[in-house]
Write a protein that binds this ligand. Structure first.
Ligand SMILES: [Zn+2]
Length: 231
């Protein structure tokens, strides 16, 4: 009976692949088989200290391992996937994709020393509007795949006060360094942290977050994003 109902439900409301929008078959979950095999995977995690993301941060902030799961291209399948995650109330996309990548990272010794997965905090006003922080969903999935812990309460984003937003552009640029705050720094002393963002573009946010975390003694920071525009 339940099966019959499920079949009817799928007939009336067919689920589509989160990347290519093709109709999913019953055995497929979120991604169609074609996309599972053929998304623009970077494989950066297999050479985590020498890849385009790593080079992007050279001379800016000392990172341990870096990787991005997918190449981002305008109008492409990865953009569609990110769009669902960020603007279409699909936190499940982040958890599933994050877990897939986490399981791949877990196979490599470089990534097996991660203690905590830390999402890049979203501005509270944005999170309120969206209902969730997309980086939280990725962090949860990654931690799940890696078999480690994640926390959104270690690194937090301060809310802007009115006086701050009235300051000039230069003052606001300076503020990027002071936007993030650490709660309970003792918790991360000497730990290997995996900082997670959805897309890496300029890397300014990652840089500011990593600097904050690296201020604690013995901390090592690795970085993972789901998509990157860095070639
Ligand atoms: Zn597909």
């Amino acid at each position: 009976m339940l099966n019959w109902f499920n079949n009817l439900f799928h007939l009336l409301f067919p689920e589509t692949c989160v990347a290519c929008k093709r109709q999913l078959q019953h055995h497929e979950d979120l991604l169609c088989l074609y996309c599972q095999h053929d998304l623009p995977y970077t494989n950066f995690h297999t050479h985590p200290t020498d890849n385009p993301i790593a080079k992007h941060f050279w001379g800016r902030v000392p990172l341990q391992n870096t990787a991005a799961y997918l190449h981002f291209s305008k109008g492409g399948r990865v953009q569609h996937l990110i769009h669902l995650l960020k603007y279409k109330n699909r936190p499940d996309v982040g958890e599933v994709i994050g877990k897939q990548y986490g399981e791949q990272l877990a196979k490599l010794p470089d990534w097996q020393t991660i203690d905590w997965v830390i999402p890049v905090p979203l501005h509270p006003a944005k999170e309120l509007k969206r209902g969730y922080n997309q980086s939280d969903t990725l962090a949860k999935g990654l931690a799940d795949g890696l078999g480690t812990a994640w926390s959104r309460d270690i690194l937090v984003r301060r809310t802007y006060t009115e006086s701050q937003t009235r300051k000039g552009r230069f003052a606001r640029w300076i503020n990027v360094e002071t936007v993030f705050d650490l709660i309970d720094p003792e918790k991360i002393r000497g730990k290997h942290l995996l900082l997670v963002d959805d897309v890496i573009t300029t890397g300014a946010t990652i840089e500011a977050c990593a600097q904050k975390l690296l201020a604690i003694e013995g901390v090592k920071v690795s970085v993972v994003s789901i998509a990157c525009v860095v070639k």
